[in-house]
Ligand binder design. Sequence first.
Ligand code: AMP
Length: 214
Amino acid sequence: MRVILLGPPGAGKGTQAGMIAEKYHVPQISTGDILREEVKIESELGKQAKSYMDKGELVPDKLIIDIIVKQLDEDDSGNGYIMDGFPRTVNQAVAFASALSERGEQVDRVISIEVERDELIRRLNGRRTCTECGVRYHIHFDPPRKEGVCNECGTKLIPRDDDSEETVPNRLEVYRKQTEPLIDYYKGSGVFEAVDGVGSIEEIFKRVEKALEG
Ligand code: AMP
């Protein structure tokens, strides 16, 4: 099962991708998580990516495509994967399609999670992440048992750097200009499904399952 999850920042892609990965036993490939890890270990890639990420801009296509091509050749990708946050530009989608066709593969489903702007801003403002194990929470919709502390490992929770009030409007604008055109790119492909991203995490997952299995 090869799946792409599209949607603006705050639509719940990471949460839904994690649930798909668990249920269908495929790895979740999150370019955002890969980049954040590279920034954390201060690798060459991380240093190049950081300035873009801090401003809410997209990291150049070439760097992202290299990451993805490497991932496609990992052993655990043989059975499929769920792409979370990739592709983000039509260029990336075209490069991805050609990397897949070289391998005799194709995408089975492209699911677009739809949420309107005001709701996205509310969601992004309350997101918190564990600095140690990466588990995500939301102060209103998915709070930890003890305020500000990770359920899994007891580490302090912090907002993501790029969820700040200054960066969020730019990330939404970058999505509208650079990523939204992907919806038209995939619409005619016969594998595209739009899903309403408003409701409880479980309600949305039911819609996602239906889109995957329908
Ligand atoms: P995310 O966690 O998916 O919201 O990604 C966080 C940041 O990583 C984005 O704002 C971009 O700066 C960068 N990023 C993640 N995925 C991509 C991608 N496919 N193309 C370009 N930049 C990306």
